[in-house]
Design a protein around this ligand. Structure first.
Ligand code: ADP
Ligand code: MG
Length: 380
């Protein structure tokens, strides 16, 4: 039997209000015409917005991002902080986001238990670092499209970063003869955590790749060559997920539509099990009207494949996309700045407390896991 306080949303909201009241906060009910938060708390000069999620499962990263975006808006600016309270817990990607925001972030997250509110802090997060046991099967990702310059390398590296933030060791395999991955993150990247354990991204030249050289990596991400036949068949066969980047503009849709249809046909000759995801990269919001038209054409372009292939997914850019960003555009500048001693770095720097590339890639990891993998990464 579920305890009464989580029976439904209104019981839960009342429960959270009571706990906050006991903690010395004055709880002020929200006006019904706002959507960013559920109620306001006040103590002395401090004013906070409280967002409540009543869920039977864990909070996903996009739900948190929505509240974070609200806090960043003009309306959210009125608050000193935001409290995000939920019933059960936070997904791996959501925890990675919370951790990336740090302890001084304006947003605080927690779970309301029967007698108290429990904050998500570093220690609790660390308990959720997943064991990269060498016996578990590796998960293979390919980033592929026949077209150059649409973001394959950028996506491969930063998706690896999003998984590393979640506590996975990741192997990046460079299959592109241009070898951009090896130039940019050749040394690999270490993602530290507060217990000094951390995770790594290791980079391999496709020609030297062997599963055993990355025994402690649970996830393998291949930056594929745009010429499908140049990619080793034994790797293409292994892919569980393939991400096909595209651009959501008229010429991109037009040029890329046929390319993607051909790509899917070719991949399916080699691999029938992989989930294929079309992902919009370099997204610039054109405003509601144009976006709605572009989305319509985007889904229509792939309608045939969507009806015949149940593992083909077009990711709705309104749900998840990789936004155009200066950080991604200039990613790699560190190599030019210090060619003698090139370091490895991702475009995950916080600017004004936020980092769009990081948010976007964590959302992408979350999306793949929930839409297709359903627990595949966590062995559920
Ligand atoms: N979301 C983005 N925002 C801004 N610039 C981007 C984005 N994605 C890719 N780029 C830029 O586009 C160019 C091509 O990207 P790259 O990853 O090298 O593509 P590919 O591997 O498919 O050839 C690079 O200069 C990269 O910095
Ligand atoms: Mg490339």
């Amino acid at each position: 039997m579920e305890p009464a306080y989580i029976k439904n949303y209104s019981h839960f909201e009342q429960h959270v209000a009571t706990l906050l009241h006991r903690a010395g906060w004055t709880v002020i009910g929200a006006k019904s015409d706002q959507s960013g938060y559920d109620f306001v708390v006040r103590k002395g000069n401090l004013v906070g917005a409280v967002c409540i999620k009543w869920l039977r499962n864990n909070v996903a990263a996009p739900q948190l991002l929505k509240f974070a975006n609200f806090l960043d808006s003009d309306e959210g600016d009125k608050f000193n902080f935001g409290l995000f309270i939920t019933t059960r817990g936070f997904s791996g990607p959501a925890l990675a986001l919370i951790r990336s925001w740090g302890k001084d972030a304006k947003i605080r997250c927690g779970i309301a238990q029967e007698k108290k509110l429990v904050g998500i802090d570093g220690a609790e997060y660390e308990d959720r670092i997943y064991d990269d046991s060498t016996t578990s099967e590796k998960i293979y990702f390919g980033i592929f499209t026949c077209k150059g310059g649409v973001g394959k390398t950028t996506i491969a590296a930063h998706l690896a970063g999003a998984f590393a933030l979640q506590g996975f060791n990741v192997a990046l395999v460079d299959l592109d003869p241009e070898q951009n991955l090896q130039k940019l993150v050749g040394d690999g990247v270490f993602v530290p955590n507060s217990r000094g354990r951390g995770t790594t991204i290791e980079v391999f030249d496709g020609r030297d790749w062997h599963e055993d050289s990355a025994r402690d990596c649970r996830i393998v991400i291949c930056d594929c060559s745009p010429a499908l036949e140049r990619n080793p068949t034994n790797l293409l066969e292994k892919l569980h997920y393939c991400i096909i980047p595209t651009t959501l503009n008229p010429l991109g849709l037009n040029k890329h539509g046929q390319v993607i249809r051909d790509t899917v046909t070719e991949i399916r000759q080699i691999n029938k099990k992989a989930h294929l995801f079309v992902l919009v990269n370099n997204f610039k919001n054109p405003g509601a009207q144009k976006l709605s038209l572009l989305r319509k054409v985007y889904f229509e372009t792939y309608k045939d494949i969507l009806t015949t292939d149940d593992k083909f997914h077009c990711i709705d850019p309104e749900e998840v996309c990789i936004r155009a960003s200066e950080q991604l555009y200039y990613w790699g500048i560190h190599i030019l700045e210090n060619p003698e001693n090139p370091s490895s770095k991702l475009a995950f720097d916080l600017i004004g407390g936020r980092c769009y590339p990081r948010d976007d890639f964590i959302s992408l990891a979350d999306y793949i896991e929930t839409k297709a993998g359903v627990g595949i990464l966590r062995g559920e």
